[in-house]
Structure formats: structure tokens, C-alpha cells
Design a protein around this ligand. Structure first.
Ligand code: DGL
Length: 277
């Protein structure tokens, strides 16, 4: 079995900005670790693609990233990528540990008082059988209401930086109303992009609906895998994480700003080549 380098980074992957809150939380707790991020903006959005397409494009992207940065652990900080391709990536890159992100359905169905939990995700995630099987496994009596929100993914990726508080609230409101009128007592944020609107979800949900997300679950899982496999970095500061942007062209003002906000070094990553440009 191939061993992956101990000094390689923990790599977080998403189609865009969705995985950044995961990287930030991990970094706050583990400032000595070497981290990297990839935003696959070339293939954004993942949610409108079918499973086979996602398996192929993620396999190709990861092969190039493995060649370029030799990650010691990969966090798929993307629900769509995880429900579609986690199993096949684990098989293909055996020896490289992966942590997937799946909607926090377990606490929502276990704590539901009225047996109806809401899940908000991309079209691909909501269509996947995985969500319902997860709910059935933990509480077969609880129904799951899945709603796809591709416009909200677009809003977060492309319009959030310049949006006012009122626009943020308005972007979330129709989903809150949909779940509330159906009688759900929870909303599981099943797309990592929605983390950027967590405050707005909480504000509008008030006391009658609980909002669940997967940040601490995913980060804790990554930490325990690093411990179990003896992959913790010994000593030294982690430095600025490199953020690989696929798709060519300039990073653009939005990514420059995000790099500042999240303390990242931007790197243009040509998907067709195996090294970082
Ligand atoms: N952030 C991703 C997720 O968690 C998907 C966004 C997209 O459609 O690309 O599902």
C-alpha cells in the first residue's frame, strides 16, 4: 500500500468557497498543521452534474493534486462530492485517508419531536438515496423533506461578498418558509456553501426550527484520523495555506478578498498539468 508523506498538507476540497469555513475551523484548532485548499471553479457547480461525471472529474483533479502537493489526508468539504464519489475515490487512492462531508441528518432525525426533518442541499445531494438511507438507519420513524437550492449555492459563490444583510436574509427566507409550512422542526445544511448564511438561517428559524451543520463533526473526524494514523505534524507553524484555483485566468477580486479574509495564498492550478503554476 502506498504511504502518503507525513509532511504533505491536509487538503480541503470543494467546487468553490464552501469548504473554507471547514479549513478555518480546523486551522484554529490545529495551527501547526500544513493545510491546502482547492476550489474547483472550473467545474462549479457540482450540484447540477450527474454522479458519473463527478466521479470522473474528481478522480482526475485528485490525481493531479496528489502529484502536485502529496496530501497526507483529503477532506472532501463538499456534500455533493462526498455522496457521489467518496467510495470510488477511497478505492482508487487506497492508502490516502479521506474524510467526507455528509449532511448532519443523524442528530436531526434523532432529536425531531414531530418526526419531520428538513435537508437543504444541491440537486445531486437531494436526489441521492444516501440521505434517506441515513435517516432510516438512525430513526426509521422520522421523515426527511429534501429541498434542492441551486440558486442559493450560486448566490453564495458569486453574490455574497457584495450582498447587504437584507439581501442575505431574503436569499434564505423562501427556504425557511417552505420548511416551516411543511411543519419541519429542523433544517440540516446539506451543502457547505450554506455555512456562509448560518447566522441568517438561525435568525429566521427562531426557536421553532433547529439548524444543523457538519463543521465540527467533519473536523473532529479529520483530527481523529490524523491521530490514529500517526500523521500529526511535529512542531513548526503551519504557514499560510495555499489555495489552488482551477480554471485558469486571474483569481479575480472576489478570490483576492477571500484570500485576505481566510489568510490564504492563491495559486492558479491548471487542471491539465500536474504541477502548481
Ligand atoms: N459546496 C458543495 C456541497 O457541499 C456544492 C456546491 C456546488 O453545487 O458546486 O454540496
Amino acid at each position: 500500500m502506498k504511504r502518503y508523506a507525513n509532511e504533505g498538507p491536509v487538503l480541503f476540497l470543494d467546487s468553490g468557497i464552501g469548504g473554507l469555513p471547514y479549513l478555518r475551523y480546523f486551522r484554529e484548532r490545529n495551527p501547526g498543521e500544513n493545510l491546502a485548499y482547492v476550489a474547483d471553479r472550473l467545474n462549479f457547480p457540482y450540484g447540477s452534474k450527474d454522479k458519473d461525471t463527478l466521479v470522473k472529474l474528481l478522480s482526475s483533479l485528485l490525481s493531479r493534486l496528489v502529484a502536485a502537493v502529496s496530501p497526507k489526508l483529503v477532506v472532501l468539504a463538499c456534500n455533493t462530492a462526498s455522496v457521489s464519489a467518496l467510495d470510488s475515490l477511497r478505492k482508487e487512492f487506497s492508502g490516502l485517508p479521506f474524510v467526507g462531508t455528509v449532511p448532519a441528518v443523524k442528530p436531526a432525525v434523532l432529536n425531531s419531536r414531530i418526526s419531520l426533518a428538513g435537508v437543504l442541499g444541491t440537486e445531486r445531494t437531494i436526489a441521492d438515496e444516501y440521505i434517506r438511507s441515513l435517516a432510516g438507519k438512525f430513526n426509521p420513524d422520522c421523515r426527511v423533506m429534501g429541498v434542492a437550492a441551486p440558486e442559493l449555492v450560486e448566490f453564495v459563490e458569486h453574490a455574497l461578498d457584495s450582498a447587504s444583510k437584507a439581501e442575505r436574509l431574503n436569499s434564505v427566507r423562501p427556504y425557511i418558509e417552505k420548511f416551516r409550512s411543511a411543519g419541519a422542526d429542523s433544517i440540516v445544511l446539506g451543502c457547505t456553501h450554506f455555512l456562509f448564511l448560518l447566522d441568517e438561517f438561525r435568525e429566521l428559524a427562531g426557536d421553532d426550527m433547529t439548524i444543523y451543520d457538519s463543521v465540527s463533526g467533519v473536523v473532529t473526524r479529520a483530527e481523529s484520523l490524523l491521530s490514529r494514523q500517526g500523521l500529526w505534524r511535529r512542531g513548526g507553524g503551519g504557514g499560510r495555506p495555499r489555495c489552488f484555483l482551477t480554471g485558469g485566468g486571474e483569481p479575480g477580486a472576489a478570490w483576492e478578498k477571500r484570500a485576505g479574509d481566510f489568510g490564504l495564498e492563491l495559486v492558479l492550478f491548471d487542471n491539465a498539468k500536474s504541477e502548481a503554476l
